[in-house]
Design a protein around this ligand. Structure first.
Ligand code: IMP
Length: 450
């Protein structure tokens, strides 16, 4: 095979999602021609902070603010048509142009209204985002039931949207006849009407050619695959059942992103210095352990989020308490750890270098970005006497404490440099950059190892 001029890098989150991948994609976008999604759908919440304000993306790749970048949604994604149409409208209203640069693969699975309902009902135990992603992928694997197709691709809508919508309608009626819609049939019918309107918007961005990306890379395009969710939530590698339903591992980028792995150049991982997790499932470094998990689960159920926590608690007081559970709440409040789409309070944990180093080894990560390093400063206000990091020692997890620091001026404090050097040693991987705040300009890229 002739060596191609172009290549593809893959960027994935290394923890439980929400590591600030979008910010890093936005930071690196100028080094690429195409930014592509390969998994997940509207369950992702990617926040980009720009000079125009904050934008929350769910399905469109994070380089929207670079007018010359091609944005591609690969076949591995489960597309929520209504949410995508809303997202397109939101960006167009901001004066951005998507014409001739947003492309959606015709092979993407379509999330059907019935699948959204199934997820809302059955996804609660896992704490899914309720976007129908699990049922959509499950139906893709099932393919047919009762002599009818249960899974649809976007190209089915292109070929014959009337029949495809009819099939979706049939599945809703079936759910209703099984009493699975809990009396929501009227709303579901409205959803179908909304779906048809949304499809008219999305349709214009669909590409039928399965070789769309291959051809561009052969012509020299540099691709950055942007992973959604994160490696610890991979449907196969993560802790079942508390995972998402797609493959989040970087190797999958070349399946879901419609490109042969022949073009792979390097894999970039994104982690954050304070770990968070939404939804249920194991979280070894969680501050406040089981109590925190229950508290956050309950908060999600009753719809309690940032506003209620700020009414109830003073984070500065909680920092002084010294109790892990209190510290978790304080850090969440001070570092804005609430779900992008749902507003759910995220569970908070310490940076677990044992876990991080395993993720790096398993997924072949070449370099990492460590976001939210500024958040480590809050430990100075606690009775802990330093910044705690978890490490693996003789098959057990130990806590190592580092001197606190304050970020002031443009140079990095020596204490933070020491922490970064220690992390590089522990994880066996280069830190290419760090985040020191949510803004576009609050990042530092290193030219060489710290
Ligand atoms: P689903 O992806 O909606 O099926 O949800 C499955 C699990 O993955 C739940 O615990 C979700 O909270 C979690 N999850 C899904 N998407 C994201 C994300 O973008 N960030 C963090 N967690 C996510």
């Amino acid at each position: 095979m002739e060596r191609a001029c172009g290549y593809a890098d893959v960027l994935v989150g290394l923890q439980y999602g929400d590591e600030g991948k979008a910010k890093v994609v936005d930071l690196l976008a100028n080094e690429y021609d195409v930014i592509a999604r390969f998994n997940g759908g509207a369950n992702a919440g990617h926040t980009v902070v720009t000079h125009r304000g904050m934008v929350k993306l769910r399905q469109i790749p994070s380089a929207v603010f670079y007018p010359d970048k091609v944005l591609y949604i690969g076949s591995g994604c489960a597309v929520g048509i209504v949410q995508l149409a809303d997202e397109i409208k939101m960006l167009l209203d901001q004066g951005l142009s998507l014409e001739g640069r947003l492309f959606i693969s015709g092979q993407c699975a379509v999330v059907q209204p019935s699948q959204m309902y199934q997820d809302k009902v059955h996804g609660q135990e896992i704490g899914t985002t309720g976007n129908g992603i699990g049922p959509c992928y499950a139906d893709r694997a099932l393919r047919m039931q009762d002599g009818k197709r249960v899974s649809l691709q976007i190209r089915d809508l292109l070929t014959d949207s009337e029949s495809a919508i009819h099939l979706m309608q049939y599945r809703l009626e079936k759910l209703d006849s099984d009493n699975s819609l809990n009396g929501h049939f009227k709303t579901a019918r409205r959803d179908m009407a909304e779906f048809a309107r949304a499809w008219a918007v999305v349709k214009t961005y669909v590409v039928r050619d399965p070789l769309f990306l291959v051809k561009r890379v052969k012509d020299g395009a540099r691709v950055l695959f942007e992973g959604a969710q994160s490696v610890l939530l991979d449907v196969m590698y993560g802790d079942q059942p508390y995972v998402t339903s797609s493959h989040t591992s970087p190797s999958y980028a070349f399946v879901g992103g419609d490109l042969p792995c022949h073009y792979h150049r390097k894999t970039i991982g994104v982690a954050k210095a304070i770990v968070s997790r939404v939804g249920s499932g194991p979280f070894p470094s969680e501050l406040g352990g089981e109590r925190s998990a229950k508290y956050c689960e309950n908060a999600a159920l009753i719809g309690s989020g940032r506003t209620i926590e700020f009414e109830k608690f003073d984070p500065q007081q909680l920092l002084k308490s010294g109790a892990d559970f209190d510290l978790g709440i304080a850090i969440r409040m001070l570092t804005a750890e609430y779900g992008t789409g749902s507003g759910r309070p995220r569970r908070i944990g310490l940076l677990d270098l044992a876990q991080l180093s395993d993720a790096i080894a398993l997924h072949g990560i070449d370099e990492i970005f460590l976001n939210k390093c500024d958040c480590l400063q809050y430990f100075a206000k606690t009775p802990l006497g330093g910044i705690p990091l978890l490490v693996s020692r003789k098959d057990a997890t130990a806590t190592v404490y580092f001197d606190s620091f304050a970020l002031e001026g443009s140079s990095l404090p020596m204490e933070l440099i020491k922490i970064l050097q220690f992390i590089e040693q522990e994880i066996g991987c280069r830190i290419r950059g760090i985040g020191t705040g949510p803004g576009r300009d609050q990042s530092i890229i290193f030219n060489k190892t710290t």
